[in-house]
Design a protein around this ligand. Structure first.
Ligand code: AMP
Length: 395
């Protein structure tokens, strides 16, 4: 189905056209009409399936209706789990909003607070934010929610997991209490049962549930492989994979210190690399993402900060050094490839102690993948590692 088959206003259609979107993705076909009719939605759709535009397009379209700009007030609030995602959603918003003139503001840590306060005092139409600073601004009474029409929780399962849950509940309650007419949109690629039950409390009883998992099978687009080995082989195997594949890669590691270690070893191979984690300043994070998007860096090492939502074009490979703590995070990590119907590859190095978790992962998500465990990898590395060291570290 094409975008111009819906009653989307011309200016917005032109912008969609400029972004080279012609056909709607499945998720957009299902979500856009519901939001245009102001229904609450709970959406589960695969990573990279066009979720962002599925809520931005109808929100912009409906807010364009409210032509009376003298009525300046916040009309839509979009909350996402990381600052990097705020930037990404903001960029998509700006492209769709080109020449339309809705005002938008980012609220997040890492940016000058006073300039954000000034922006919010101007009552922008749309606010894109992370939870922490948004809540802080609420407590300082900087915003009125009376005219808020749309409240979006993107990556909703992350937003409602224990770390953010009470803040989100509080924010939603306050917005709902003040707003005259609120629509709530919740979206994620993974939605565990417990989060699903919790999400429903946020929505009107006649909300629409859109679950397209059955129709878009991630496994067909992403070729997945698991290499099971003794921990002592892991780093050597990782470097070997990076060197042999020699493509644009994101490597996920579970600890910040490990990211730095991997980064220096890869740099030593003569490959352009950078790493991103929560300890880096926002400016550094923004620059690295920009350079990676511009192909100036070919390997990005990251913690799970980058596992959700981040959209990097022409990415070929995801490597996981170890399984993530939560199973669903695996699906988000590998979802950095195979976006917008492109092919991708994901290779995960698992330690012997992770075998039981690996079995659970494969069963939970019905993953079709090769699991390779060679006899020689199961013993602690000694001589073989030395060989590898010679090969990779002293080239
Ligand atoms: P998202 O899931 O929102 O991060 O989108 C994943 C990728 O799909 C992004 O690169 C979008 O620019 C792209 N995309 C979204 N909608 C469409 C569409 N209708 N046609 C082509 N590409 C799209």
């Amino acid at each position: 189905m094409k975008f111009n088959e819906l009653k989307i206003k011309n200016k917005l259609l032109n912008n969609i056209d400029k972004m080279k979107y012609v056909e709607m993705t499945k998720i957009q076909e299902n979500v856009i009409p519901e939001v245009m009719q102001n229904n609450d939605v709970l959406v589960k759709a695969q990573t990279g399936s066009g979720k962002t535009a599925s809520y931005l397009v109808p929100i912009i379209n409906n807010l364009m209706d409210v032509e009376k700009r003298e009525d300046s007030c916040i009309k839509a609030i979009i909350l996402v789990p990381t600052r990097d995602l705020v930037n990404q959603v903001y960029d998509s918003f700006e492209k769709l909003n080109d020449g339309i003139g809705l005002t938008v503001c980012k609220i997040m840590g890492g940016l000058n607070k006073q300039s954000q306060i000034d922006l919010i005092k101007d009552k922008p139409d749309v606010v894109i934010a992370v939870t922490g600073r948004f809540k802080e601004f609420m407590s300082r009474d900087l915003m009125s929610f009376k005219k808020v029409k749309y409240f979006v929780l993107d990556e909703v399962d992350k937003m409602l997991d224990l770390g953010f849950r009470s803040d989100i509940l509080y924010i939603h309650q306050e917005i709902k209490r003040e707003s005259e007419n609120l629509n709530t949109l919740m979206l994620s690629a993974t939605l565990p049962e417990s989060i699903f039950e919790l999400s429903v409390n946020f929505l009107k009883p006649d909300y629409k549930k859109i679950d397209l998992e059955e129709e878009v099978v991630i496994n067909d687009l992403i070729q997945q492989k698991f290499l099971v080995m003794h921990n002592s082989h892991a780093m050597t195997a990782l470097l070997k994979l990076v060197k042999e594949n020699n493509v644009r890669t994101i490597i996920f590691a579970n600890q910040i210190q490990m990211c730095s270690k991997i980064e220096s070893l890869i740099r030593y191979l003569g490959i352009s690399v950078a790493s991103i984690n929560g300890d880096r300043t926002q400016l550094y994070r923004d620059n690295v993402i920009k350079e990676f998007k511009e192909h100036k860096i070919s390997v990005l090492v990251a913690t799970d900060l980058m596992s959700r939502g981040i959209d990097i074009k022409d990415l070929d490979l995801v490597i996981n050094l170890g399984l993530p703590e939560q199973l669903e995070t695996y699906m988000h990590r590998i979802g950095r490839v195979g976006r917008a119907k492109t092919q991708g590859k994901a290779i995960t190095i698992c330690s012997l102690t992770e075998k039981e978790k690996l079995t659970r992962l494969i069963q939970t998500y019905n993953i079709k993948a090769k699991v390779i465990e060679k006899e020689s990898w199961t013993k602690p590395a000694k001589e073989s590692e030395k060989e590898m060291n010679k090969l990779y570290y002293n080239k």
